[in-house]
Design a protein around this ligand. Structure first.
Ligand code: ZN
Length: 65
């Protein structure tokens, strides 16, 4: 039996370390990766919550009106 699915198949394995996921911890292999992912997520959210970077080039005012 060839169970060679595409490498981009989600839902199998811990998204952090790739270890077999544990049903009790969702897609993660264990509480450790689960907490880590949560912290990462919160960290990114905290960062994204800051003021947006005002570095947007205004190169869209070249339309012929
Ligand atoms: Zn893991």
């Amino acid at each position: 039996m060839s169970t060679r699915a595409s490498p981009d198949h989600r839902g199998k394995g811990c998204p952090l370390c790739g270890a077999p996921a544990s049903g009790r911890h969702g897609p993660f292999c264990g509480q450790g990766c689960r907490d880590r992912d949560l912290l990462n997520w919160l960290g990114e959210g905290y960062r994204a919550a800051g003021p947006p970077v005002a570095d947007i080039p205004e190169s869209g005012l070249d339309s012929e009106a």
